[in-house]
Design a protein around this ligand. Structure first.
Ligand code: SAM
Length: 263
């Protein structure tokens, strides 16, 4: 693990819980204990939610590449794990450009470390609720050309944005050129109200990042102004599934709606 000074390793953190659920190693005892507690008492499918979401992200990136998109803005990109966005994109197109943004210091430090020597990918440490901190960063100017299509990845991050804050996120959409893509997955309470209420309570009480679960209608609104590509808004494992993807639970136990819209 890269040494990251000043990190509060005693409070469970969403990025590091997710890393642990994916089988990663960039997490602390408090994160592992929180993940185990979630699995035991809050939502038994916790790791399935993470793995199904990550697999969706990877399929969606490949879909964007198939559309000819070679630039990616990944909001709330997380701790690097196997099959990161730049790895998938640059395997297909070595000149593909990726800008990651995350607020969590461990995620940022590990991403920086991984990207050393990669001229076409970078990370900005920012709170994505402040779009200018991301869009106006030197890294954005260096890596992304907004006169051409960009894939905006908002994957498993919008549930950390409250309904009141959501309107501010519209700024990211406003700078996208025609042909761009919007990729979203987000936690929902649909079909699992009690479990989702427990998840919301857990994150509010035990972490510094409370979560908001959205309905399918709210997720649909996030795609206003885009053309939703088939199959529309579905559970993460149902979005253009790959036989190699994780399964073992009913798709709705993946707990996240997912979709991709084209501008
Ligand atoms: C569950 S992880 C998702 C990682 C990746 N997008 C994926 O789907 O595999 C959520 C990430 O969003 C980040 N995050 C949460 N709120 C954020 C905020 N306001 N600004 C920037 N990053 C944020 C967390 O630090 C974490 O790394």
């Amino acid at each position: 693990m890269v040494d990251v000074p000043g990190v509060d390793c005693t409070t469970p953190n969403a990025a590091r819980i997710y890393d642990y659920d994916l089988g990663g190693e960039h997490n602390f005892e408090a994160d592992r204990a929180a993940s185990e507690e979630i699995r035991r008492t809050v939502a038994p499918t916790g790791p399935f939610i993470a793995r199904a979401n990550r697999a969706f992200l990877q399929r969606a990136v490949r879909f964007c590449l198939d559309q000819g998109i070679d630039q990616f803005l990944d909001l709330g990109s997380g701790i690097p794990t196997v099959g990161n966005v730049h790895e998938i994109a640059q395997a297909r197109n070595p000149r593909a450009r990726v800008l990651y943004a995350d607020v969590e210091p461990v995620a940022v430090a590990h991403t920086r470390h991984l990207l050393e020597g990669n001229a076409h990918a970078g990370i900005v440490q920012a709170d994505v609720r402040d779009p200018e901190a991301v869009l106006g960063s030197p890294e954005a100017a260096r890596l992304l050309d907004f006169s051409r299509p960009v894939a905006l990845l908002e994957v498993a991050v919008l549930h950390y944005i409250t309904r009141q804050e959501q309107a501010g996120m519209r700024r990211y959409r406003d700078v996208l050129a025609p042909g761009s893509a919007v990729v979203v997955s987000t936690l929902t309470a649909d079909q699992r109200e009690e479990e989702a209420a427990r998840v919301e309570r857990f994150f509010a009480e035990k972490t510094a990042a409370p979560v908001t679960c959205r309905t399918a209608d709210e997720v649909r609104e996030l795609f206003d102004g885009t053309e939703l590509v088939p199959p529309g808004i579905v559970w993460t494992p149902q979005w253009r599934p790959d036989p190699a993807d994780p399964n073992g639970w009913e798709p709705n136990r993946a707990g996240c709606w997912a979709g991709v819209g084209l501008l």
